[in-house]
Design a protein around this ligand. Sequence first.
Ligand code: 5AD
Ligand code: SF4
Length: 449
Amino acid sequence: MNLNSLRPLQGEGKKLFIETYGCQMNAGDSEIVVSIMQREGYRYTEQIAEADVILINTCSIRDNAEQRIWGRLSEMRRLRKAKPTLVVGIIGCMAERLKEKLIESESGVDVVAGPDSYRDLPSLVRKAEDGGKAINVELSKEETYAEIAPVRLDKNGVTAFVSIMRGCNNYCSYCVVPYTRGIERSRDPQTIVREARTLFECGYREVTLLGQNVNSYHYDEVGFPELMAMVAEISPLLRVRFATSHPKDISDALLEVMARYDNICKSIHLPAQSGSNEMLKKMNRKYTREWYLERIAAIRRYMPDCAITTDLIAGFCGETEEDHQQTLSLMREVGYASAFMFKYSERPGTFSARHFEDDIDDAEKTRRLNEIIALQNTLSVASNEQEVGKVREVLVEGESKRSDAQLCGRTSQNKMVVFDRGDHQAGEYVKVRITGCSSATLFGEEVSK
Ligand code: 5AD
Ligand code: SF4
């Protein structure tokens, strides 16, 4: 086995183009879809102009994610004019949410497939090639695509995603995911370890275990801490990350395993959403600010060097200025290394859409979001400045964007470092002294061997 055996097959066959929006789960799913379509003779292409089939893997998490995709769909009409046999499919969360409405719309969609019906895609596409429309949006209680070997579409050949579970049972009141991705189910750990080992043998040096809430992974006797240990044991040279955790069940057992293995990366994404207990309750997050801060303290106890990142929502239903200030104070108290920050976007069908009024007007949401972003910028700079002077092990991912004389890669804390190439290449570990930073990047120089 080598890297090429994981890459898309070349050669004759109808050409498939796939465009991916949304989260890392979607990126992972696109690789499963290419694998399924490839078995049926389709060949992956990066050139949309030569595609016979275009699949758009979509996201519904916020309204603006869906708006972007509608924009993209209207551009598809032009391509279809140039090639009348072209098949256009919508897959993923927006397919699951809008179902037939996508086929009935003006946009000329031929195929609609939800996140659990990808095995059916070849037959759906064939139906469309014969001139029909085809849809499958069944959700499943079991589907994990466990034995399907994803075709790797990443650019670097160093870092890869491995999906370990699907769906979500948490029902945060604002969130559409339980409706678009169905109930939670975990994948057989043997297939996960096998996939990670194959990646390692093919030259990959980092895997990110993916799920909506990885802490609730369980399959027979294997829970998430055990699974992390199993993957970490593959080789000390294989880095292991995970995303995403829910604060309500990030356990000491997991923190203990993270601390035990050097190759488990010291970085945790722990979405807080809000710093106000009132909002957390309405969001159905099932933890308080105090609980969250205790978990942060536990992380720091086990791993003083661990970077903590988060997601935050500004302007949720009924959020007062005081609630907003609580979010800002939580951010200061934790000192996040970085954050994804959003304005609340009402999603049809969710608990909050049905029961709460979306009563913070857009200008006010924007003002609050901008305050959050400005504060995070300061915190990110502060977090990066703390790195200056330290020596970190960097896993090289490739050339830096700005110059081919420089390489870029990440530290265990998931911070991007740029440094002079020397005689190194992607996939190597290099010890780098951090000499400077911006809010997004560290700069460094190799420590002589
Ligand atoms: N509006 C705004 N942000 C949302 N998120 C999830 N649903 C919504 C919504 N309706 C954010 C949360 C979550 C991240 C993936 O997206 O912060 O953690
Ligand atoms: Fe991912 Fe959620 Fe968007 Fe679906 S709705 S693609 S699960 S972020």
